[in-house]
Design a protein around this ligand. Sequence first.
Ligand SMILES: C[S@@+](CC[C@H](N)C(=O)[O-])C[C@H]1O[C@@H](n2cnc3c(N)ncnc32)[C@H](O)[C@@H]1O
Length: 875
Amino acid sequence: MGRGGGKFKRNRGGGRGGRGGGNRDDRGGHRPYQTFPEVVKENEKFENYYNDLLDLPEEERKEFWAALKRELPNSFRFCGSKGHALNVKRLLETRYIPEITRITHDGVLVDAPKPVPWYPDSLAWWMTTPKNVIRKFPPFSAFQKFLVSETSVGNISRQEVVSMIPPLLMDLRPGMIALDLCAAPGSKAAQLLEMIHRGEEARIRQVVQSFGGSVKTEDEQEDEAARLEADPSDDGRATGMLIANDADYKRSHMLIHQLKRLSSPNMIVTNHDATMYPPIRVANPEDPSKPKYLKFDRILADVPCSGDGTMRKNVNIWKDWSPGNALGLHLTQVRILVRALQMLKPGGRVVYSTCSMNPIENEAVIAAAIDRCGGPKTIEIVDCSDQLPLLKRKPGLKKWTVIGKTGRVWNSWQEVQDRTKLEEGSAAATAPSRLVESMFPLAEGGESSDLPLERCMRVYAHQQDTGGFFITALVKKAEFKARPEDAPKKLQTTLPATNGAVNGAEPGSPTKRKLEEVELEEPEVKKRKVSEEPAAAVAVLAPEVETAAEPVPAVQPESAAEVKASEPSTEAPKAETTLDASTTTTEPTNGTAASDPTTPKPAPQQPQPEKKKKQQGPYEEPFKFLSPDNDVIKSVTSFYKISPRFPTDRYMVRNALGEPAKAIYYTSALVRDILALNEGRGVKFIHGGVKMYVKQDSPSAEVCRWRIQSEGMPILHGYVGADRVVVLRSKETLRKLLVEMFPKIANGEWARLDEIGERVRDVGMGCCVLRVEPDGTDPDFAEHMALPLWKSFHSLNLMLPKEDRSAMLLRIFNDTTPLINMGLKKDEEKKEEEENGGDEVETKEEDEVMVDADADAEAEAQDEVKVSEAEAAVV
Ligand SMILES: C[S@@+](CC[C@H](N)C(=O)[O-])C[C@H]1O[C@@H](n2cnc3c(N)ncnc32)[C@H](O)[C@@H]1O
């Protein structure tokens, strides 16, 4: 995992987006000053609804409403690999907290930041300190600088406390394959990715040391995942994978931005509607003529919701709340959960969550999805009462009523049906719109009618001063054929459990087709036109907080007759909407796939124009893997003397020609296989791989033109030959390299660089690994790191973006000295920068500009989105 921050684009005034954005526009710029009227925190319908529904005792009810009317505490999480996160957290505890806890304001000790009691390893913190106190006292200002700096390089992530819960209930372990279906802006996906990489550094260290490598990292964590047996098959490297998906193209680029900071080769980002998430093809060595589709160990369905649990942040919910918001989302939520359960391996786990308190978006969705997926014999609600014991929670509801759009309360579906019959033929139809049967508690007598819904978890604002949240973990016990939404219940069948991916079958006659499609895990709702999908009903979140933006109700029927019409259409598939998993013998419509599903498809030499037309959203450059015999791969392997233990068959570029032009990326073996096997099948992959090498001018023909990129360094450095490694042990030498951008080495000036002086004088020109190996005597300088160092004729250059340099100076040295570019005159400076691949010393964005030929689609889209998580106002 990345250390010291990866590629966190500099805050360009990034606004908060969505609700609560204050005085900024959504591209991050300041708008002219305007004042907004205070939102009145009252809403009779809302209050009546939850008073009746939750039926809390009088005292508790008062606390519930009082908490919802208070401002939400700030919270943040230390992220990245566990060792790194613990190091950054230690600084907070030892450098800042002791000063802060001494401060008194108006005669009382101020409330200092505290760890969230139930979060593992105290890596999540929160604080309620008012802004005026933070501004007034220098220890708080210093602390704020630290938070801003560490957030900007990606070591700290602002995240609402309740939003941290779902990943903790996933039981996601190294080696597993996970899918986050609604992942943007990506705070939970980042937690999942950290879990997939858990223990990796320690495992790799064991392996590399066993074959004579010299890599060292911090002392081993007491952690099972750090033992090689936890994920042994790829020399300790993580073999698991996370696919993070979001239906919204722009938001999926926020997601990329957030996840790229973790520098993971085990992650793919896709851009699909989760209700019809496409089957992902995997190799089928047993029978290459039959396609096989990926099944997941873990799936997170953190679905779009009305977000009424977020009203402490999104005060506009007080005035905008209406029962219709939840009604418009229910069917989409059920479809997402059913699709998740279909794609799960037997024995696998789905965690479903919302930031809404409404049972129509919560318990009703759980019950409806279980009912459609074979009932309690195939899907079990996990009892999580022994998980996170310090987290206060309430059991899920078993009974609820449904409020129609007009405010009428309906006690049962029977009541709705009776009313509909009464209204039939009547001109003055007042019967309910938008209501469907699955919004109500399941009728008694059915096999799913007595589900243990009390195992669902509800977290309310007053219980521990958070937002409201709903979380449920489900385990799939056996394969099933999901009952189509519009089919009578008798279609439901249970299949014997199988492990892993499911093989495809030949499509049969039209009458047989429906069952076979389900068997093939085809997304049932693929039959609807994209435009009919309630994707427009998405309640999106502001980038840095768990907050719902405008919940736009789905287009739903309005009259009594339309109660029925609100159920999904069974319209024939539209060829252009999605790929078809049921076509086991027919190849995808663009015809680029080869007939052998296990071999990567030969790529067209140029992007296909028809393909561009079929894409929704901008064209994405293809992912093209390089042969280990590629000349560039051979030359970097030889220049850096990379151990044969490091794989050379996982390098890729992003251009249709498949030639290294500006950047070379590295992926895990599974990510490679998936990207290659699904090329041309219509799966919208929009990100994958870690940038490992970047091309630049070199001072002579012998010097490799491909420098190692800082984000690839943690993955590669243990395998680089000793010839290209410089070991640094002294803290002061590191400070010199950080403060001075181009420390001189010519004319004997190398001697100023203390213990590395002679080594940098002798090492060959070009890029090398600066391995920082503290001797362990200084707790502030304890973390082992590997950084790219470029040696030219005259000077050195630590190839880190300025933000990373400054953050490291603050973190390790508590030093805010401005960076210096010593004694260089303008033209000399320019020459020096050119020699040193100087783009890297400018800003992080430069680094992205440098790769535009390979990944321009991605970089441009990011520019457009201008993600705002780096917002400086952390507190
Ligand atoms: C609650 S937010 C997810 C928050 C995210 N899990 C996190 O922790 O940062 C819901 C997300 O679902 C996405 N979304 C809405 N409808 C969707 C659909 N049909 N399929 C996939 N994603 C969808 C929205 O764009 C939004 O980013």
